[in-house]
Structures are given as structure tokens and as C-alpha cells.
Write a protein that binds this ligand. Structure first.
Ligand SMILES: [Mg+2]
Length: 391
């Protein structure tokens, strides 16, 4: 048997989706019901929240938000049909059974799978009477540092517009701010790119001046640049003393070239699915810091695995958001267990009622979120708030 045949044999094993041999806890974690709550957030879309219930009434929450994408809901139903009657402990068997179909359905498939996978872990924790962080190796970080991504809240995309929201986030206690001032880059009209780039840089300079040198500033370029302009951008942003520069280009080799040349750390990978997608990205040293998203990469377990590959490569892991408060607390539980955890993303200022969507309400202290020690994620859905803002 050659190496490839050996790999195929071992990969084929979980596809049978055999019942877990771990019978005792499995008995009370048999998944029976799914509920989906959709809440209207803002112009960027809705939060889609999943709640699974076992035959013995244990519930688990997950985040399957993907803007206003209508394809997530039917896929949640399709994938749930595979899950009903199974144990919430069957995460790897479910991964093995559904992975090809998840990939075939693209981002909506990945998001739907992720929502179910988060909820399975919440149920596991509650069934065992332990917090989710205990299922992932134990807690290294009691409090999770977040950066405030102000990009979705800024409507006036000028130096003053960005600076005003950055100042609100700073006053709210956040010591790290992220912005994406190159959104809307006129990529089809090359003649307009230099002027547009200059405005984007002016916005960054404005925010740096507003938040001062003691705060961390992160810039997401949203792949708006080609290699040549990207290299130039990294150089022009040197005086801003960035915490990181994120996703300057789309192609991995271009990112790797920028990573090699850039003085500041670079970050990326929010859209990459699975360990298989991440391995070549990490191997190519596309960025310094990897950013798996628990909604887009395949779930909590996949995030842990990706972070482990990054750890072996000597790279920090800073999971991507933005997410609902449920997605955020789910990510925080995994982050708490990562030796190479750096910082977690928060979509700042998306709604005024964000904190009240969960019980106890989401509470940041100087940009830090305390990871609950209660069973599961340690939060429940506030159905009154969800009903008030239902789609
Ligand atoms: Mg990004």
C-alpha cells in the first residue's frame, strides 16, 4: 500500500457515520429538534441562530449567520436530517459524513454545518456539566481580548467619519480598533485607484491620530490590491505602526510576497475552509497570523485543529468574526484553550441591543470578555429580544 492509498483508507473510515461507542453521555444527548431564530441586525444582514434540543430537553446554541443569504436555511434542514437521532458527541462522524456535501454547497453549506456543530458542543458541555472550554483541552486564558471592528458601523467613509466611530469604541474601553478604508476600491478604473488609495490611507492616519499611539490599530485591505500596489501600500502604512495589515491581495503567492516584504505583521485566512484549505496557506507563509472563522472554517473543532497547525508553524491564531453574541461566546470558549491565541474580532456597534440577545447579557470590560465557567457556552438565548427583532 502506498502513502496515498493508506491515507484514503483512513479517511474513508468515518464516512459510515457509526453510532458513538461512548454510550453513557450519548443517551441524553440524542438530538431531536431544531429551531432557527432570525434577527434583523442592519444593512449587512441578519443573524441566524440555531437551537438544537435533545430528547431529554438539553439545548445547544449555534451561529449560522451569513448576511441575507437565503441558502443557509434549507441547508440547515438538510444537514439536520443527518443529525436527528444521533448523539451531540458525534461531531467527527458528522464531519466525516457531511464534509463532501458541505463543500459542494460552498459558503452557505459551511455556515449551516458550523451552526449545528457549535450547538452540538454546547449540548456536550451541558450534558457533562462542564464549560465548552473544558472539552477543548482546558482554559489558558480566563479573559479574551477583542478588537473592535468599526467598519460595519462607519457610514461616512472619510477620515472624520472613521475617527468618530473609532473614538466611540475607544471610549467604550477597546484598546484595539480595526478598519477597512479601502472598501469600494474602483478596481475597474485604474486611473481612480491612486486617489482612492490616498483617501483610504488618510482615513487610517486620522484614526491613528484619534486613538493615539497606545491603542492598537488593525487595517483590513479586503483583497483590494494587486501585488505591486500591495507592496507599495505596506510601505506607505509603515508610519501608522499597525498591529496588523490584513488580506492585501487574494492570491496566496502574492500574500506571501507581501508578508515577506512588510515590516508590520500580516493576517488573513477568514474565508478558508477546513484544515485542508489552511495547510497550504500556512505552509506558504501567506501571512504571519491566521484568522479562522468558526462560521466559515467548519466549526469549533476545526478552529482548534487549524490553530494547532498554526501553532506548529510558530504562528498566532486570531479568529475572525464578526458574529452574533452566540457565535462570539462560542469562539471565545475555543480561544480560551489556544496556546497561540492572540485576539478575537468583535463587530462593534452593529446594534444597540446586541448585549441583550443573550442571558446573561454580553459584557465587555476594557475590550475583554470573561469566558463563562458554567456548563456549555454558559449563556441562553433571550427569546424576548430575539422576538422583538425577528425577521
Ligand atoms: Mg478580513
Amino acid at each position: 500500500m502506498n502513502r496515498r492509498q493508506l491515507l484514503q483508507t483512513s479517511l474513508a473510515a468515518p464516512l459510515a457515520f457509526t453510532q458513538s461507542a461512548y454510550a453513557a453521555p450519548a443517551a441524553k444527548t440524542v438530538i431531536d429538534k431544531i429551531e432557527v431564530f432570525q434577527v434583523k441586525v442592519n444593512h449587512r444582514g441578519n443573524w441566524v441562530l440555531v437551537r438544537l434540543t435533545t430528547t431529554e430537553g438539553i439545548t445547544g446554541l449555534g451561529d449560522a449567520s451569513h448576511g441575507t443569504d437565503p441558502n443557509v436555511l434549507p441547508l440547515l434542514k438538510t444537514f439536520f436530517a443527518n443529525l436527528k437521532g444521533r448523539s451531540a458527541f458525534d461531531v467527527e462522524p458528522l464531519r466525516g459524513a457531511l464534509w463532501p456535501e458541505v463543500q459542494r454547497n460552498g459558503r452557505p453549506g459551511v455556515v449551516a454545518f458550523g451552526g449545528l456543530e457549535h450547538a452540538m458542543h454546547d449540548i456536550q458541555g451541558k450534558a457533562l456539566g462542564v464549560p465548552v472550554w473544558a472539552l477543548f483541552g482546558g482554559k489558558l486564558h480566563a479573559r479574551i481580548r477583542h478588537y473592535a471592528n468599526i467598519n460595519r458601523t462607519v457610514t461616512e467613509r472619510t477620515p472624520d467619519g472613521f475617527s468618530r466611530v473609532a473614538e466611540l469604541a475607544r471610549k467604550a474601553g477597546f484598546t484595539a480598533i480595526k478598519m477597512a478604508s479601502f472598501d469600494g476600491m474602483p478596481r475597474n478604473d485604474v486611473s481612480k485607484i491612486p486617489a482612492f488609495t490616498q483617501i483610504g490611507i488618510d482615513c487610517i492616519a486620522g484614526v491613528r491620530k484619534t486613538i493615539g499611539p497606545a491603542s492598537d490599530l488593525l487595517v483590513d485591505a479586503h483583497s483590494n490590491f494587486d501585488l505591486h500596489r500591495g507592496l507599495e501600500l505596506a510601505q506607505r502604512l509603515e508610519p501608522m505602526k499597525l498591529f496588523w495589515l490584513e488580506e492585501v491581495c487574494r492570491a496566496t503567492p502574492d500574500l506571501a510576497a507581501i508578508n515577506k516584504a512588510a515590516v508590520m505583521p500580516t493576517a488573513g485566512g477568514e474565508s478558508i475552509f477546513g484544515t485542508i484549505g489552511y495547510f497550504p496557506y500556512i505552509k506558504a507563509e501567506a501571512v504571519d497570523i491566521v484568522m479562522p472563522d468558526i462560521k466559515y472554517c467548519g466549526g469549533l473543532l476545526e478552529t482548534k485543529k487549524i490553530a494547532a497547525i498554526a501553532e506548529a508553524a510558530g504562528m498566532p491564531c486570531s479568529p475572525h468574526g464578526p458574529a452574533s453574541p452566540i457565535g462570539n461566546i462560542a469562539a471565545a470558549h475555543v480561544c480560551a484553550t489556544l496556546p497561540n491565541f492572540q485576539i478575537l474580532e468583535l463587530g462593534y456597534g452593529e446594534t444597540e441591543w446586541r448585549a441583550e440577545l443573550i442571558d446573561p447579557p454580553e459584557a465587555f470590560d476594557k475590550g475583554y470578555l470573561t469566558v463563562p465557567d458554567k456548563p456549555g457556552f454558559g449563556v441562553s438565548l433571550n427569546e424576548k429580544t430575539a422576538a422583538k427583532h425577528a425577521v
